[in-house]
Design a binder for this molecule. Structure first.
Ligand code: ADP
Length: 399
C-alpha cells in the first residue's frame, strides 16, 4: 500500500501521476487530451519511450479505462503496487470542505451543488471522481480541494462588504485558490528555515498561468488575493486580476456587452494577453526585449501589482520570515523576481543578484546571507501534496 494515483480531471482531459510514497518518487504519469473530440490521444510516461494511444475516447470513462490499459501494458502494474488511494484534485470546495475527504455519494452531491461557484472546473472534477470510483471500485477515492487551505481565513479577510442576503444565500465571499500549492510550499519554506510551520510567517507568490499571493501566519492562510473565483488579485496570463467592480455594469450599458461576455473576457482575454498579445511569460519577455510597448507595460503592471500585494501582506502579517516564489514564472523567471522586489528593501526584502540569477531548478534561497526575510524559490508539487493528504486520510500516515 505504498502508492497513490493522483487524478486531475478537466473538461476534455485527464492528467494523472502515480506516486511511490515510500521512495517519494513519481512512478508514471501521463494525460488523455481531447476527450470527446477528434484527435483524442493518451500519452503515458514511465521514464523510457512514452506509450501513446489514439482515441476515440468518447467520454471520461473511456479515457480512464485507456489509462488503466496503459498501466497494464507499460507498467507499473497497478495490481502489484497495491494502490492505497486515488487522490482527485477538486477546484472548489466552497465553505463546506476545509480538508480532504474520502468520497462517498454525499460528498459527490455536495461537490455537484458547488458547481455554480466553479462552472468550468467542478463538473469536470466530479466526472473524474465518478468514473474513477467505477473503474477502480476497491480503492478509497479522496477529494482534495484547492480552496481548503484557505478555510482558515479570518472573517475580516474572507468577507466582502456586500448585503447579508448575497453572503448568506449565495455564498458570496473570498474562498481563495492554489491552496494545495500554498500548503506544500509554505511547509517546505518552514523546513528550509529549520522551523516548525507554526513558527513561520510567510508570503507565498504562486506565479503560473494563474497567479496568487497568500499571507500564511504560522502555517495557516490568513489572506489571499484570489477571491470568490480565481479572477481577483494579481495580473495573470489571461485574467485581469483586480478591476473596479463597476466595469462590467458600465460596459453592459455603454458597449452593449452581455454580463457573461464581460466575465469571459476578464477571464480569458485579459491580463498579459490583453496588454502584450501573449499570455506565456517567455513570449511577453521576447516582445518586451524587442521594444514592444504593450509587452513592457504588461511586465510593469504585473510587477507593480505584485509589489502592492507584497506590501499589503507584509502589513497583514506584521513580520515576514520567508517570501516564497513558486510555479512556472516564480520558479524560473529571475527578472520578474528582481522587479517584484525592487524598492522593497525598507521592508527587509532584498535579493542577492548572483543567487537570484543562477540557473537552478531545486529549492534555493535567493536573498543575501542573513537577510531579515529569506526570499526562497520552492518548486511546487501539487500532486505530491494531494498524494500525501490522500495517504494520510486513508492510512493515517503521511508520506
Ligand atoms: P499552470 O498555472 O498552468 O500550472 P505553470 O506553473 O506551468 O502554469 O506556469 C506557466 C507560466 O510559467 C507561463 O507563463 C510560462 O511562460 C512561465 N514559464 C515557464 N518557464 C519559464 C521560464 N523559464 N522563464 C519565464 N517564465 C517561464
Amino acid at each position: 500500500m505504498s502508492h497513490v494515483l493522483v487524478v486531475n480531471s478537466g473538461s476534455s482531459s485527464i492528467k494523472y501521476r502515480l506516486l511511490d510514497m515510500v521512495r517519494r518518487r513519481p512512478g508514471a504519469s501521463g494525460s488523455v487530451q481531447r476527450i470527446g473530440e477528434d484527435g483524442a490521444e493518451l500519452v503515458h510516461h514511465t521514464g523510457g519511450e512514452p506509450l501513446t494511444r489514439s482515441g476515440p475516447f468518447p467520454d471520461h470513462e473511456a479515457g480512464l479505462r485507456a489509462v488503466l490499459d496503459a498501466f497494464a501494458e507499460a507498467g507499473p502494474d497497478l495490481a502489484q503496487v497495491e494502490l492505497a488511494a486515488v487522490g482527485h484534485r477538486v477546484v472548489h470546495g466552497g465553505a463546506r470542505f476545509s480538508r480532504p475527504v474520502v468520497v462517498d455519494d454525499a460528498v459527490l452531491d455536495t461537490v455537484a451543488e458547488l458547481a455554480p461557484l466553479a462552472p468550468l472546473h467542478n463538473p469536470a472534477n466530479l466526472e473524474g471522481i465518478r468514473v474513477g470510483r467505477k473503474v477502480l471500485p476497491d480503492v478509497p477515492h479522496v477529494a482534495v480541494f484547492d480552496t481548503a487551505f484557505h478555510q482558515t481565513l479570518p472573517e475580516t479577510a474572507y468577507t466582502y462588504a456586500v448585503p447579508d442576503s448575497w453572503r448568506a444565500e449565495h455564498g458570496v465571499r473570498r474562498y481563495g485558490f492554489h491552496g494545495t500549492s500554498c500548503a506544500y510550499v509554505s511547509r517546505r519554506a518552514a523546513e528550509w528555515l529549520d522551523a516548525e510551520p507554526a513558527d513561520v510567517d510567510s508570503i507565498v507568490l504562486h506565479l503560473g498561468n494563474g497567479a496568487s499571493a497568500t499571507a500564511v501566519a504560522g502555517g495557516r492562510s490568513v489572506d489571499t488575493s484570489m477571491g470568490m473565483t480565481p479572477l481577483e488579485g494579481l495580473v495573470m496570463g489571461t485574467r485581469s486580476g483586480d478591476v473596479d467592480p463597476s466595469v462590467p455594469g458600465y460596459l453592459e450599458r455603454t458597449a452593449g456587452l452581455a454580463p457573461g461576455d464581460v466575465d469571459a473576457v476578464l477571464n480569458r482575454e485579459s491580463g498579459l494577453l490583453a496588454l502584450s498579445g501573449a499570455n506565456d511569460m517567455r513570449e511577453v519577455w521576447r516582445r518586451a526585449d524587442a521594444g514592444e510597448h504593450g509587452a513592457q507595460l504588461a511586465l510593469d503592471l504585473y510587477c507593480h501589482r505584485l509589489r502592492k500585494y507584497i506590501g499589503a501582506y507584509t502589513a497583514v502579517l506584521g513580520r515576514v520570515d520567508a517570501l516564497v516564489f513558486t510555479a512556472g514564472v516564480g520558479e524560473n523567471d529571475a527578472r520578474i523576481r528582481e522587479r517584484a522586489l525592487a524598492g522593497l528593501e525598507h521592508l527587509g526584502l532584498a535579493l542577492d543578484p548572483e543567487r537570484n540569477a543562477a540557473v537552478a531548478s531545486g529549492e534555493r534561497e535567493v536573498s543575501p546571507e542573513g537577510a531579515d526575510t529569506a526570499v526562497l524559490v520552492v518548486p511546487t508539487d501539487e500532486e505530491l501534496e494531494i498524494a500525501d493528504e490522500a495517504l494520510e486520510l486513508t492510512t493515517g500516515r503521511g508520506g
